[in-house]
Design a protein around this ligand. Structure first.
Ligand code: SF4
Length: 713
């Protein structure tokens, strides 16, 4: 679908408006301008110290979303004939409020669910959580960040007492002597971050990449560990076994800054190199090189991505890498430590302020009485009136429909029909709802099932704050005027809340108004934003949380002196390897793993609309090794019909030596017959409730030549 860039009204930004890219957690600074009042252009912002003017192809082309002809500019309502048709705002808002009221009256507030997004600004994420608890009164509020960051968050909270993806600015990467990157393909997913890896290399540093594929990032590494999908925990324990055996651990650091190492020492005793080699496929020599490089470096980092995290043992896997970093004495030292590379645009802020089923703003917990009391006071309600903990994202979606108990759903900024594991099940459940309302700027596979679609502002049209992968709170600034007929999510929530009788709690007309209440709600919490103001963000190029007072400098680096547990110590956790929820067997003999293309973002709901990106990557391909392709009788471009216990989907074969012989890799940016999430396994981590996107057992049910429409141009 091509996307010509239409002219939009200029908001007197002749010299360009500084804002941020709409997509990933790197949140590159961009300068928006409209030369001659014509099409919008996006350039990298050389002043923003995270990307220093660099952008990836998604950022360069982001202006194509503005004025895109597929934009929804009027509310849509499902007609008796089953079509979505334009409606007046008042009619659509009344319909949704009436629906919520009716479902509540007949089945209780728990029969209504809310589903948010890691793409929402902090203000909107905060307000949506408040809307669920006060305006609807339901506990069932969760968001798609559960699918992205929850395992790393769970591990960070357990080990350090705080969940901030990177506890240091990305610029520290340049000074790390050694970096172990586990299951992250940053060269494709966060290209501008590679400037820091390039500097690290220029400074004499070494990069180790653990990944089942020889990804674009792995190709730049000094050492590549081609792990079996789902075996990362065994890899980490095996490295710690060797660190202990070779006397590389930092006993003084362990004694002074941590608790719980003895249990971990016992737990890794059985992770000798032959066993680890069997589980992970990584040779002993490579294991020994890896751990020696890490241990001998003054500053060494271990960074995880979704590979080790999106597993049914994701929390334990991340804890195993944290154990390794702690045992080597690397956490809290300069240009050193453990971090996770957050994925979604506001994946960090979105997980701090009440969108999660178990959480209240400021990273407070909904089951802790003191936390409930603080937030209830800010909201002016009785703490007892706040719902308790609700269902996590997949469990919420799997409860849609009469048999699950959730009969009405409001989705804000998330394409759950493509992004959810076992997507066929979720699409059927969306169809079974009595009320599905969606707020989005464009139609997608989820809004295609909706009863009501509210057309809302998109990135460059709205104000608000985002929190990038470093924990730096930044400002999204409105550059373009929204098309007539479109409103902000804040307006939608206010209008529905008013119709539900809770208008006094949602009398906000702008993001800055929400931000002032939000600051008070976070005060004293783990993620304390109370000292952050829009002016400070402007002056300081962002402010790092925690920031508990306006004269507090913010916290770019955590853990130098103490960790966030009450005793100031980091906690080791004894964790052991266990198989994935589903391992290959005689019926489904291969591993299926999923990931991204550099041209697309998440479910592709935006990037598939950008002509340049759609042309560069028009469809998903299944990457497989030439030996496997030969066994199957497949060649490049053949159509592979992949099948798991949950469904079947079709992909063009991408034959490559860059993937293990037992593994097929497919990107997840598409719906329809090319939706890999029709195949993925919703096995959940017991702590984070993260689904196991990265490991499923798959078979190739058929190989056929492509039709004329399927042959690439
Ligand atoms: Fe930067 Fe991410 Fe946007 Fe690419 S998608 S320009 S890396 S923020």
């Amino acid at each position: 679908m091509s996307a010509p860039v239409a002219s939009l009204a200029v908001l007197s930004h002749a010299a360009g408006c500084r804002t941020h890219c709409p997509y990933c957690a790197y949140q590159c600074g961009v300068v928006m301008s409209q030369p001659g009042g014509g099409a919008w252009t996006v350039a990298g912002d050389p002043q923003f110290p995270v990307n220093n003017g660099q952008l990836c192809i998604k950022g360069w082309t982001a202006a194509e979303l503005l004025g895109n002809p597929d934009r929804v500019t009027t509310p849509l309502m499902r007609t008796a004939a089953g079509k979505l048709a334009p409606a007046a705002w008042g009619e659509a808002l009344d319909f949704v409020a009436d629906g919520i009221r009716r479902i509540r009256a007949e089945h209780g507030p728990e029969a209504v669910g809310l589903f948010g997004s890691g793409a929402l600004t902090n203000e909107k994420a905060y307000l949506l959580g408040k809307f669920a608890r006060l305006a609807v009164g339901t506990p069932h509020m969760d968001y798609n960040g559960r699918f992205c960051m929850s395992s790393a968050a769970g591990a960070g909270n357990k080990a350090f007492g705080i969940d901030r993806g990177l506890p240091f600015p990305v610029s520290d990467i340049a000074d790390a002597e050694v970096i172990l990157l586990v299951g992250a393909n940053s060269a494709d997913t966060l290209p501008p971050i590679m400037q820091w890896f390039d500097r690290q290399k220029a400074n004499g540093g070494r990069l180790i990449v653990a990944d089942p594929r020889r990804s674009a990032t792995a190709r730049t590494a000094d050492l590549h560990l081609p792990v079996t999908p789902g075996s990362d925990l065994a890899l980490a324990n095996g490295l710690l076994f060797l660190a202990i055996e070779e006397r590389l651990i930092d006993e003084a650091y362990i004694a002074s800054r941590t608790v719980g190492f003895d249990a971990v020492r016992s737990a890794v005793l059985t992770y000798d190199p032959p066993r680890v080699e069997r589980i992970t496929g990584v040779r002993e020599a490579a294991l020994r090189t890896c751990v020696r490089w890490l241990a001998e470096a003054e500053g060494a980092m271990i960074l995880t991505g979704r590979g080790p995290e999106q597993q049914s043992k994701g929390v334990d896997t991340v804890l195993a890498f944290i154990n390794l970093a702690l045992a080597l004495g690397k956490v809290g030292r300069p240009a050193s430590g453990f971090g996770t590379l957050t994925g979604q645009g506001n994946g960090q802020g979105g997980r701090e302020h009440g969108q999660k089923a178990d959480q209240l703003p400021g990273y407070r917990l909904i089951e802790v009485d003191a936390h409930r009391a603080h937030v209830a006071k800010v909201w002016g309600v009785d703490p007892a009136s706040l719902p308790r903990k609700g269902k996590s994202a997949y469990e919420l979606l799997d409860s849609l429909g009469p048999d699950g108990g959730i009969r009405g759903l409001l989705v804000m900024g998330s394409n759950v029909a493509v992004a959810s594991p076992h997507a066929g099940n979720i699409i059927n459940r969306l169809k079974s709802l009595e009320l599905l309302a969606v707020c989005d700027a464009f139609l997608n596979e989820t809004s295609a099932e909706a009863d009501v679609v509210f057309p809302v502002y998109q990135w460059a049209e709205e104000e608000g704050t985002m929190t990038n992968l470093e924990g730096r709170v930044i400002r999204r600034r409105a550059a373009a005027e929204p098309p007539p007929g479109v409103r902000g999510d804040i307006d939608v929530l206010r209008e529905i809340a008013t119709r539900l009788g809770a208008g006094d709690k949602f009398a906000f007309h702008s993001a800055p108004e929400v931000f002032e209440e939000f600051r008070r709600a976070t005060a004293g919490g783990t993620a304390d934003y109370s000292g952050i103001t829009y002016d400070r963000i402007d002056r300081e190029e962002g402010v790092f949380w925690p920031c508990p007072a306006e004269d507090h400098p913010g916290t770019p680096r955590l853990f130098a002196e103490r960790f966030h547990h009450a005793d100031g110590k980091a906690k080791f956790h004894a964790v052991t390897h266990r198989p994935a929820g589903e391992e290959p067997d005689a019926d489904y003999p291969l591993y299926l793993t999923t990931g991204r293309y550099k041209e697309h973002y998440n479910s592709g709901a935006q990037t598939r609309l950008v002509g340049t990106l759609a042309a560069a990557q028009p469809r998903p391909r299944a990457q497989l090794h030439p030996h496997l392709a030969a066994r199957l009788g497949a060649e490049r471009g053949s159509v592979l019909v992949l099948e798991t216990r949950r469904g079947r989907a079709e992909f063009a074969a991408d034959v490559s030596h860059d993937v293990r012989q037992d593994t097929i890799f497919v990107p997840f940016h598409w719906g329809g017959r090319g939706a890999v999430n029709l195949l993925t396994n919703p096995a959940l981590d017991p702590t984070s409730r993260m689904p196991e996107y990265k490991v499923a057992a798959v078979r190739v049910a058929a190989v056929r030549p492509p039709t004329d429409q399927e042959v690439p141009a």
